[in-house]
Design a protein around this ligand. Structure first.
Ligand SMILES: [Zn+2]
Length: 332
């Protein structure tokens, strides 16, 4: 059992790839249980399974309950790229509220929903939903955060300015709603309202997020370019969360992170074996092995490793800080 404890704040475990399906075509048998087993071996004690539509909230809740012993939690919201598909009127909000009434941890101590999201703005993929539509639905999620006293799990792509403008209007009110006795009188902690997941922006954009009371989540995608390594170096540990965004966002040899990860692997072969188990192509699937280029939550240690190498500090310091942040913000 690994001694470093991880909470992966962003995993997409309902994705077809964990049922062996790639682009609608079956390549191997379902293997989510193998994936969860490897995560446990790597020290992953909890995972937040993200939902991006009403029907996905239901699927995610079913899944987190089925694997109750694996420490799975859920988010509830509409992904910005799916906002054009919410249908007429505001019925989707009533649907989300039905789930939240039953399952938000703030309403029900054994509830599984720990955050509102994934929600936000995505101007990289306007073909799915135009900016105007996204800007209509994002603020509704901020209202849900207030009403249910839940932090936000946020997605922002190429939309920083509008994103900040919308958040800014409600940040104080959400902070006030989410504050508890432990944080109300702590000016540093009081304003924490959520996490901007999978940060792929600049150091300057990261600082604008902090100013709104947001943590940032880093994934393999965060370290594609050198700027991402700068982000890893500059992010204060008290604002950091770790995530894989599995099955997406795997760390690659072509990314700016590659030399840092290589150094970590050379110096920490035992941990590296847990975070990067052997992999095979999907056509040659084996229960004990990962599938090449399908990301898994066990790889979360590699994200911590890149941050640690970029900062020149021990990986355990990074992991401990991220763990405390998830405990504080999501209560897990
Ligand atoms: Zn996202």
């Amino acid at each position: 059992m690994a001694s470093l404890e991880y909470v992966d704040i962003g995993v997409n475990l309902t994705d077809g790839m964990y049922k062996g399906k790639y682009h609608g075509k079956k390549a191997h048998q379902p293997d989510l249980e193998n994936v969860l087993h490897r995560a446990k071996n790597a020290g992953v004690v909890a995972q937040m399974v993200t939902a991006g539509s009403v029907s996905e909230v239901k699927q995610v809740l079913d899944l987190v309950k089925r694997y109750e012993n694996d420490g799975l939690y859920a988010t509830a919201g509409i992904h910005p790229t799916r906002t054009s598909g919410v249908g007429e009127g505001m019925k989707y909000l009533d649907d989300l509220k039905k789930f939240l009434d039953q399952e938000s941890i703030t309403r029900n101590p054994s509830g599984k929903i720990v955050a509102i999201g994934e929600c936000g703005l995505d101007y990289d993929r306007l073909q799915f939903s135009d900016a105007e539509t996204q800007k209509v639905h994002f603020p509704h999620h901020l209202q849900l955060a207030k009403e249910y006293k839940l932090p936000l799990f946020l997605h922002c792509r190429a939309a920083q300015e509008d994103f900040i403008a919308i958040i800014q209007k409600e940040a104080d009110a959400i902070a006030e709603a989410c504050a508890n006795d432990a944080t109300r009188n702590d000016p540093h902690k009081r304003r924490r309202i959520g996490v901007a997941h999978c940060h792929t922006g600049t150091v300057e954009e990261m600082q604008q997020l902090f100013a709104q009371g947001l943590f940032i989540g880093l994934t393999g995608c965060s370290f594609k370019e050198e700027e991402g390594i700068r982000v890893a170096k500059e992010v204060p540990l008290e604002y950091l969360m770790l995530e894989t965004d599995a099955p997406w966002c795997d760390l690659r040899q072509t990314h700016a992170s590659a030399p840092l990860l290589k150094r970590f692997v050379e110096n920490n072969p035992d941990l590296a074996a847990l975070y990067s188990p052997a992999s095979v192509k999907k056509e040659k699937w084996e229960a004990e092995k990962q599938v090449k280029s399908r990301n898994e939550p066990c790889a979360i240690g590699n994200i911590a490793a890149v941050v640690a190498e970029a900062k020149g500090i021990d990986v355990s310091v990074v992991v401990k800080a991220a763990r405390e942040n998830t405990k504080f913000l999501f209560n897990i």
